[in-house]
Design a protein around this ligand. Structure first.
Ligand code: FES
Length: 129
């Protein structure tokens, strides 16, 4: 059902956990009533220096969020916003059709975290880190 890549990232998720000093946070879903993901980003010199996540969901959601963080780390803000669900699926290889929606959680949380970062930046008057 799952590829070796999915199983490996599920068993050993990368970049799991809060970033207490995050520059942006984005959340999809509600932890009190079901699946959710929270993405955290740390930005340095216009690039995503750190991308972390917390997730409550199935193995596919955990593994694809882990893969998303590996794809996003080191990218510019613009490149992070351009990262798509298809990019994550391409990195996995194949995912059961009924699990494809789970793989979309990671990129959505990333995009919301970047939006949060840009909102904070705008409030500070546009000073970049
Ligand atoms: Fe709900 Fe995968 S996150 S089924």
């Amino acid at each position: 059902m799952y590829t070796d890549t999915i199983i490996e990232h599920f068993v050993n998720p990368r970049n799991l956990g809060e970033l207490p000093d995050a520059d942006g946070i984005g959340q999809m879903g509600d932890p009190s009533c079901g699946d959710f993901i929270r993405g955290y980003i740390k930005v340095k010199d216009g690039k995503l220096e750190k991308v972390n996540f917390l997730v409550q969901g199935c193995p596919a959601a955990i593994a694809t969020a882990s893969i998303m963080t590996e794809l996003a780390c080191g990218k510019t803000i613009t490149e992070g916003l351009a990262l798509t669900d298809e990019d994550v699926l391409d990195a996995i290889g194949i995912l059961p059709e009924e699990k494809v929606h789970c793989s979309n959680l990671g990129t959505s949380a990333l995009h919301l975290a970047i939006e949060d970062y840009l909102r904070r930046l705008w409030k500070r008057g546009g000073r970049n880190r």
